[in-house]
Design a protein around this ligand. Structure first.
Ligand code: GLA
Length: 391
């Protein structure tokens, strides 16, 4: 569904039913994302090339006159009430945590937050690697800025969203998801340098589409090996600093340097580092390929990225490998890879627009005949970041 469709109208009615109130609630939305390429590079100060998709999380909100937050989730049919002044980390990783984590991060940054009634719903599949949690965080942040009369500053708020993930939820994530949820532009992917935060839009070619292939295998970022991977990257940096103390992150390492100093790292740490160093070159190469309409090259880069995530970084799964293999067998497919952290969840394929329907049908039916999980496929297009809706 997209803005203006049933779940958004329902959000407003539920807010009125649950919380009453004199004011008609307003609605903030933020999109989920796919990452086209540059996986596990963001927390290494590297490059990424994500794209916001036309699936969103929405937060209906109405101000209160006190310091209380009342939050209702339509999906979980659950309501919580708490005081902003009593929030202290760690916050846990259930849905409500991402909402109240925003209030905590804002007030602990010295922003004067006011109480609010909030109702949450959306059509980003949950826990499947499309960044529903960052969409929830950024839609909540926009709602909280509005009720608290705080001017919306997308970059500052993306960094605040990253703090929620790191300090409140306890996952040592990068800034890619939050940045995409606030800064994405319609019809464009976003080339982002996660060190400087400089970014530029990359026009997504009209003659192609991104198809999301949801394996149906669940993944939970907080419970996964994500923090273990980021610890390996830090260990690699520490090892390589023995050869060059100027290295601050794997972003600063070239393939030649890594090979020349391979003996400073144990085998696993070396393989993790090699993925990151090689992957970090792919977003720029992919941006060039998309801009020049070289979809075969774009697809090749995606395949290489997947193989590296599978063999070197070891974050793929049987289902992700199968879905991407089946995708590559179809004539309309340029390339396919897992997207997001991995360990289950979604893969994406770059396909020709004219072959997309047939691709989705036949690839999904082959997958379903082999895997008995609630899988799904859908085509998506690039949309813009968090915004308030005119209802
Ligand atoms: C998750 C994190 C991101 C990024 C990806 C892997 O989505 O939230 O910051 O690290 O995994 O690229």
């Amino acid at each position: 569904m997209s803005p203006g469709t049933a779940w958004i109208d329902n959000l407003v009615s539920v807010c009125l039913e649950e919380f009453g109130g004199a004011e008609v609630p307003r609605v903030a939305v933020a999109p989920g994302r796919v990452n086209l390429i540059g996986e596990h590079t963001d927390y290494n100060d590297g490059w990424v090339l994500p794209m916001a998709i036309d699936r969103r999380i929405g937060v209906a909100f109405a101000p209160r006159g006190d310091r209380v937050l009342r939050v209702h989730s339509v999906v979980f049919d659950e309501t919580r009430e708490l005081s902003i002044d009593e929030l202290a980390p760690p916050g846990g990783s259930e849905w409500i945590s991402y909402v109240i984590g925003v209030a905590w991060a804002m007030s602990s940054s010295g922003l004067g937050v006011s109480g609010a009634d909030l109702v949450v719903d959306g059509d980003v599949p949950l826990g499947s690697g499309l960044s529903s949690s960052s969409a929830l965080v950024m839609a909540t942040a926009l709602a909280m800025c509005e009720v608290s009369s705080i001017p919306w500053s997308p970059v500052e708020m993306a960094l605040l969203g990253q703090r929620v993930e790191r300090e409140w939820v306890g996952v040592q994530g990068g800034v890619m998801d939050q940045f995409t949820a606030t800064m994405a532009q319609e019809e464009h992917a976003l080339l982002l340098d996660c060190r400087s935060l400089s970014h530029s839009p990359v026009r997504f070619p009209d003659e192609s589409m991104v198809v999301v292939m949801d394996t149906g295998a669940p993944r939970t970022l907080a419970g996964s090996a994500y923090n273990e991977r980021s610890a390996s990257c830090r260990a690699a940096v520490e090892g390589l600093q023995n050869a060059d103390p100027g290295i601050r992150a794997l972003r600063d390492v070239t393939t030649d340097f890594l090979e020349a100093n391979r003996e400073l790292l144990d085998e696993t740490t070396y393989r993790r580092a090699r993925h990151v160093v090689e992957e970090n070159a792919r977003p720029l190469a992919m941006a060039d390929a998309l801009s020049s309409g070289d979809l075969n090259q774009a697809g090749r880069l995606m395949d290489e990225s997947h193989f590296s995530l599978r063999d070197l970084y070891e974050v793929s799964s049987r289902e992700l490998d199968l879905f991407t293999d089946l995708a590559r067998d179809h004539a309309a497919c340029y390339g396919a890879r897992l997207t997001g952290a991995g360990f289950g969840g979604c893969a994406i394929a770059l396909v020709s627009a004219e072959g997309a329907e047939d691709f989705m049908q036949s690839t999904h039916s082959c997958y379903r005949s082999r895997v008995d999980l609630p899988s799904a496929v859908f085509a998506c297009r690039p949309v813009s970041g968090a915004r308030l809706l005119d209802l």
